[in-house]
Design a protein around this ligand. Structure first.
Ligand code: AMP
Ligand code: MG
Length: 345
């Protein structure tokens, strides 16, 4: 398959190109597109054959459900059986935006899209190009992140190309992605809503609207033996090719420990906050942003992991970052990327 790559500026959307992208989806093809979280790999959510193609293109296990993207609130009832008062409150507060909600599914959504589940994940993104594209595609676009299964989610079109060139019909290059980590997922089917995957919309933000919110215990406990409720959270994920470990604890001890381990690993790469860059010696450095700026760290994390792959890095040591707000999502992805290898000092 030849993949056509087009550039669309979100501030000046090219209507003809968006129409072309929409037609590809309507005729059962695949298009990668930008959203505010990461690039998505889209197909027609209501067409089982399109969903099968998404799994094949990504090499994704078919029991790992896709998120259905809509572009206007009126379309929610077509895919979600019932929308609780709690769900209405979060929708009012955070949609459109980087939040995915789980509902009981209607018969319109094929099981191929939901990985065999009776529930469906729905998101209403705020990125202008994503919205225009979903509308042109008929209103319901199933889209996981546009990476090969197991690799870090793409935050630049060149990473989508690297993974999916020849596997999709079109890639829409929308430039840089503002958030850079996948959406928060909240299960609205339980009495007390439960966060299944942390993201930009934090537990604190949800609590302000909902009162009580629970967190899937497998997110909090890196060594939990329980099955995560979001099937995708089971797999080794977000992972660079290199062997990776996180060093956690008092900052000075962390720096000391990283320098000590790095001496034993030639060509070791260190992921650190800007403020600590000059404290490491004889290592390849990857700065992720300022210590207090969790959003900056979030938006750089996958890029840095991908760069490590591009440079053939074999061993990565990372500092541990703040877990406040979106920091919870950063640490969740970092721990997964490291395959749960944490060195406490
Ligand atoms: P991705 O879009 O690649 O970030 O993957 C979608 C994520 O949403 C995966 O972690 C899925 O397991 C999760 N997900 C999608 N649908 C459901 C659902 N019905 N119930 C629980 N998790 C879901
Ligand atoms: Mg993904």
């Amino acid at each position: 398959m030849i993949t056509k790559t087009v550039r669309i500026d979100e501030n000046k959307i090219d209507a003809a190109l968006i129409k072309e992208a929409g037609e590809i989806i309507k005729s059962g093809g695949l298009v990668a597109f930008p959203t505010e979280t990461v690039y998505g790999l889209g197909g027609d959510a209501l067409n089982p054959e399109s969903s099968k193609k998404i799994y094949a293109a990504k090499g994704r296990p078919s029991d790992n459900p896709l998120i259905v993207h809509i572009y206007r609130i009126e379309d929610l009832e077509k895919v979600a059986k019932s929308v609780s008062e709690n769900a209405k409150k979060v929708i009012d507060a955070f949609w459109p935006g980087p939040l995915t909600l789980i509902f009981e599914k209607t018969d319109a959504v094929p099981k191929e899209t939901t990985g065999g589940l009776d529930t469906v994940a729905v998101r209403f993104p705020i990125h202008p190009t994503a919205m225009a594209f979903i509308e042109a595609a008929g209103g319901f676009v199933a889209a996981p992140s546009a990476n090969l299964s197991g690799r870090p989610s793409p935050t630049l079109a060149k990473y989508v190309c690297e993974d999916l060139n020849g596997r999709v019909d079109m890639i829409i290059d929308g430039g840089n992605i503002p958030i850079g980590l996948e959406s928060t997922i909240v299960d609205m089917t339980s009495e007390v809503p439960m966060i299944l995957r942390p993201g930009f919309v934090s537990k604190e933000m949800l609590e302000e609207v909902l009162g009580e919110v629970r967190v899937d215990p497998t997110i909090l406990d890196a060594n939990s033996k329980e099955r995560p409720k979001a099937p995708g959270m089971r797999y080794r994920h977000y992972a660079p090719k290199a062997d990776m470990a996180i060093v956690r604890g008092d900052e000075e001890k962390v720096i000391e420990k990283i320098n000590e381990i790095a001496k034993e690993h030639e060509g070791c790469t260190v992921i650190c906050v800007d403020e600590n860059a000059d404290k490491y010696h004889g290592v390849n450095l990857k700065k992720v942003g300022k210590k207090e700026d969790a959003l900056e760290i979030a938006s750089n994390l996958y890029k840095v992991l991908r760069e490590c792959d591009d440079e053939g890095v074999e061993y990565i040591l990372s500092e541990s970052f703040s877990d406040k707000g979106i920091g919870a999502a950063v640490m969740n992805r970092l721990i997964k990327a490291a395959g749960h290898k944490i060195i406490d000092v």
